[in-house]
Design a protein around this ligand. Structure first.
Ligand SMILES: Nc1nc2c(c(=O)[nH]1)N[C@@H](CN(C=O)c1ccc(C(=O)N[C@@H](CCC(=O)O)C(=O)O)cc1)CN2
Ligand SMILES: NCC(=O)N[C@@H]1O[C@H](COP(=O)([O-])[O-])[C@@H](O)[C@H]1O
Length: 225
């Protein structure tokens, strides 16, 4: 049974918000989520402008105002819980979250990461991929756990690394794929098709995802939102 009621959703950002914009756009085209608020740890994040232009509530919680990571995360949890979301999406959110935070939102907390995990966890992925000489790069949607960028990956998209690519050119090629796979994975969750099992493994339509689905392998392309 595919759930149809839009899932209340919060999106956490730190920067430009292009993935946020893709989620806003797709929610207007039928993606069954209701983005109730966007929260940024950076007051100047352009994603806040995107949210306001879309009529989405915004909140700023600057991490610099807290003595430690735990204090910031406690305040962030209080703020999030005011909205009682069914889904929390990290979209260019640049803070490592504490184990208490990820435990509270287990199974309904996702991130979009600009590499083919488990390769290139962390930051600066495009420069590192070029330095490593990989021929294929890409993006991953994963559940967020205490293991930084180590949570179960549910969907990936691959892009070629071309001769002469700079980190900026490569990041744009990856970003275009991010804007496809994030809304698709979110749709799977919002429709009740994607769950995180008690065993810590992801299940799609009742079948364990023992490896990420690849966008290019999805025969039913109209699954692509
Ligand atoms: N507990 C987890 N927290 C976060 C995860 C995760 O999987 N588990 N994903 C990251 C997203 N991310 C990469 O996709 C990422 C973001 C930030 C950092 C990082 O080193 N942050 C520094 C500050 C960097 C800065 O302010 O520019 C920090 O928090 O000290 C690494 C990976 C989101 N959180
Ligand atoms: N480690 C987290 C991370 O690097 N996230 C990455 O930040 C970029 C900007 O996103 P945005 O345009 O959606 O703000 C995106 O490529 C996203 O994957």
């Amino acid at each position: 049974m595919v759930r149809q009621t839009p899932v209340s959703t919060l999106v956490l950002i730190s920067g430009g918000g292009s993935n946020l914009q893709a989620l806003i756009d797709e929610s207007r085209r039928g993606l069954p989520i209701a983005i109730d608020a966007v929260i940024s740890n950076e007051p100047q994040a352009y994603g806040l402008v995107r949210a306001r232009d879309a009529g989405v509530a915004t909140r700023v919680l600057c991490h610099r105002g807290f003595p430690d990571r735990q204090g910031f995360d406690r305040a962030l949890m209080r703020l999030i819980d005011e909205f009682r979301p069914g889904l929390i999406l990290l979209a260019g959110f640049m803070r490592i979250l504490t184990p208490a935070f990820v435990a509270r939102y287990r199974g309904r907390l996702f991130n979009i990461h600009p590499s083919l995990l488990p390769d290139f966890r962390g930051l600066d992925t495009h420069r590192r991929a070029l330095a490593a000489g990989v021929r294929v790069h890409g993006a991953s949607v994963h559940y967020v756990t205490a293991d930084l960028d180590g949570g179960p990956v549910v969907l990936q998209a691959r892009v070629p690394v071309l001769p002469g690519d700079s980190p900026e050119v490569l990041s744009e090629r990856v970003l275009r794929q991010e804007h496809v796979i994030y809304p698709l994975a979110v749709r799977w969750f919002a429709e009740g098709r994607l769950v995180l099992g008690d065993d810590g493994r992801p299940y799609l339509d009742g079948q364990v995802l023992d490896r990420p689905r690849l966008l290019e392998d999805l025969t039913d392309r109209n699954q692509v939102v």
